[in-house]
Every structure is written in C-alpha cells, then in structure tokens.
Design a protein around this ligand. Structure first.
Ligand code: URA
Length: 203
C-alpha cells in the first residue's frame, strides 16, 4: 500500500510537518479526499488524543474532531476536567476514506485497512516525537492498534495505563461508537470513566 515515510521531513516542527503532510502521496487515500487533515493543538501539549481518521466534516474543514464525534469528545473532555485547548488532537490516518451511497450523494465513512494505517503511521510517530506528551490517549481500535500493536483489544484493556514506543498510553472507545451505541448514556459514562483515569494520570 505504500508509506508516508519518504514524505516526512526529519527534525521538522509541527508546522513544517503539517505543510509536508499536505502533499503526502504515501498511499492512495489522498486521491478522493479533499485534503490532508493533520493534527492540531499546542506543540507543548501534555496530552495527545489519537482518533481513527477525519470524518466528512473534518475532510471539508481541514481540522480534526470538528464534526459530531468531535462535539461529543469536547463535552467529555470538559466533564473530565481536561482542557481541549491544551490537547493535541490527531488521527491514525490523515485522509478521509469513504464510499458514496447508492445515489452517489452522501459520503459514507469506511474504516481504513491495516496497510493504510501502517502507511500513515510515520506521521503520527513524527507528531509524538515532536510533542513528547506525558500521555497518549487512543480513541478506538484503529488508533489503539496503530500505537499499541495489532493484537491490542480495546474492549479487554480500555482505561488502563499501557506503555508503548516510549509513551504512556491509555486506550478507550471512539466517541463515534458512543454516538452509535444502543444505550448511549451507558456508553458515554464508560467513556467518561476512562477519561477520568486520564485526568488522574496527568495529575
Ligand atoms: N473521527 C475521528 O476519528 N477523527 C476525527 O478527526 C473525526 C472523527
């Protein structure tokens, strides 16, 4: 599937990484997406949250977590006493992957395959090397597998402190899975409980 590695400038700050990522051709996902959606937030953030990939709204706006899942994440971060402005938000995959519905109008999110995550992960590694957060939070299975390895199971190990690639890491569910859950209140409470562990860990 390819790799972003040849496109990642060495020793670059976040601004230079973002500029370079705009021209990434490391896999084919750039072909149908509007633009690269790079991470956003302060370079000195103590907390990095990693999602799966930009959604429809993010793809059009060029910013991570500004759609429905982002709204829910905002609310949960605030309730867990975590300041969104201080968080660096990014995704395992930097382009929106979708299929068109039968009428060819609506863009329907499609999960990235393993090879697409592997191709894109050099960007995430470069972001983490630059930000050097105290803690990385993986939102959902795609982010968790990208950071903690392909065998990692969020359902079995969510809300627990892990160690990977020189980082403290906690995995939880993806905010869009909370939006889709049959019992949304219960799913939200579980998500919030994990974010309270995050808050605790940051001290
Ligand atoms: N879902 C994600 O995983 N990331 C975003 O940026 C938006 C929605």
């Amino acid at each position: 599937t390819g790799s972003a590695a040849p496109f990642v400038p060495e020793g670059a700050d976040l601004a230079a990484l973002r500029r370079a990522a705009a021209g990434c051709r490391g896999c084919h996902l750039y072909e149908d997406a509007t633009q690269t959606v790079f991470g956003a937030g302060p370079e000195d953030a103590r907390l990095v949250c990693v999602g799966e990939q930009p959604g429809d709204v993010e793809d059009r706006r060029g910013e991570p977590f500004v759609g429905p899942a982002g709204k829910l994440l905002d609310k949960a971060l605030a309730e867990a006493d975590l300041d969104r402005e201080g968080v660096y938000l990014t995704n395992a995959v930097k382009h929106f992957k979708f299929t068109l519905d039968a009428r060819g109008k609506r863009r329907i999110h499609k999960s990235p395959v393993r090879g697409e995550v592997t191709a894109c992960v050099p960007w995430l590694h470069a972001e983490l090397a630059r930000v050097e957060p105290d803690l990385v939070v993986c939102l959902g299975a795609t982010a968790a597998k990208a950071v903690l390895g392909n065998d990692f199971k969020v359902t079995e190990r969510r809300g627990r402190l892990e160690r990977a690639g020189g980082h403290d890491v906690i995995a939880t569910v993806h905010p869009s899975s909370v939006l889709r859950a049959p019992d949304r209140d219960e799913a939200y409470r579980g998500f919030l409980a994990d974010l309270r562990v995050v808050r605790e860990h940051l001290g």
